[in-house]
Design a protein around this ligand. Structure first.
Ligand code: FES
Ligand code: FE2
Length: 308
């Protein structure tokens, strides 16, 4: 059977770099083979830059600091503005002419900071209305994989029963693509404990290959759940996969339920790992009736590989 290990390249798009909570000081991040430093200026605006200082190579994400609107290297105190230009040495003298750190475009959604891979952004992530919702709890794994294959999970309706044990699947919103965004929805009965199940409805919004939003309602349960599935390519075939969950519905109890529900949904994502760990990427899959929208998905993803 044909197929390489993964899809060829890293797609362009928005990929999660860090959660805003971690941004009290500059933090390290990685995106598509690039080591980055993510930081917040005095106005609260997040920035991402190449991590290695052009002076003598310190990683600014490890021990760097912020002074007003400048990022400061921990090694000799060289300072950089949001545009990446070095604005001064740590000795009160001018920075070396032309010294700068590369900049990565950044946006923030739900307190999660995203960086753009591949030039300048060609689409935006949706704003999330946080009214009534808890903040996002986040669970992360580092594993072999590719964002295109993680995102394909949302359209691969065949595996829902086989891997996740969903029963009586109904497509409630058929595949609908608009530029970088796809919407679709399903209803199914999900086993919780000892064969007892409840009917769930999920509305999925996929924006590029690094952001899938899953809005969950459960019949007869007053809670609503909002899940984000955020695969960040560290290199061609390694991922930092984050799942973020926010809860809304029953007031103060929401915050108590959040860690438990996050654990349940994280376990569900882990159901896929045994397959992902050993699978190959099949460029021309042999599809059957019952597979869902994998064909349209494979055509839709081509827009994220503009160089090919
Ligand atoms: S290495 Fe960054 S200031 Fe010297
Ligand atoms: Fe899955």
């Amino acid at each position: 059977m044909g197929g390489s290990l993964r899809p060829a390249a890293v797609p362009v798009g928005w990929f999660a770099l860090t959660t805003g909570d971690d941004l009290r000081a500059p933090v390290p991040a990685a995106l598509a083979g690039r080591e980055l430093v993510v930081w917040r200026d005095s106005r609260g605006i997040a920035h991402a830059h190449d991590a290695y200082c052009p002076h003598l190579g310190a990683h600014i994400g490890h021990g760097g600091s912020v002074d007003g609107d400048h990022l400061v290297c921990p090694f000799h105190g060289f300072r950089f503005g949001a545009d990446g230009a070095c604005v001064g040495s740590g000795y009160g003298t001018a920075g070396p002419p032309g010294a700068a750190i590369g900049r990565v475009p950044v946006c923030e959604v739900g307190g999660i900071v995203f960086g753009w891979h591949g030039g300048e952004p060609t689409f935006a992530l949706p704003a999330l209305d946080a009214t009534g919702w808890t903040s996002f709890g986040v669970h992360a794994w580092e594993l072999p994989g590719h964002p295109q294959e993680v995102t394909e999970n949302s359209v691969d309706v065949g595996h829902f029963a086989w891997v996740h044990g969903y029963r009586d699947l109904a497509v409630e919103a058929a595949w609908a693509a608009d530029g970088a965004t796809v919407r679709l929805g399903y209803g199914f009965t999900r086993p919780w404990v000892a064969g007892w199940g409840s009917r769930q409805h999920i509305a999925i919004t996929v924006v590029g290959l690094g952001y899938s939003q899953v809005d969950v309602t459960i019949d007869h349960v007053p809670l609503r759940l909002r899940l984000l599935v955020l695969p960040t390519p560290l290199s061609d075939d390694r991922l930092l996969l984050r799942v973020a969950l926010a809860v809304r519905g029953v007031g103060p109890v929401d915050a108590l339920l959040k860690p438990l529900l996050l654990r349940i949904y994280a376990r569900e994502v882990e159901d896929d790992f045994a397959i992902w760990k050993h699978k190959r990427y099949v460029e021309r899959p042999m599809l059957a009736k019952g597979d869902g929208a994998i064909g349209p998905y494979r055509r839709w993803v081509r827009q994220f590989y503009p160089a090919e």
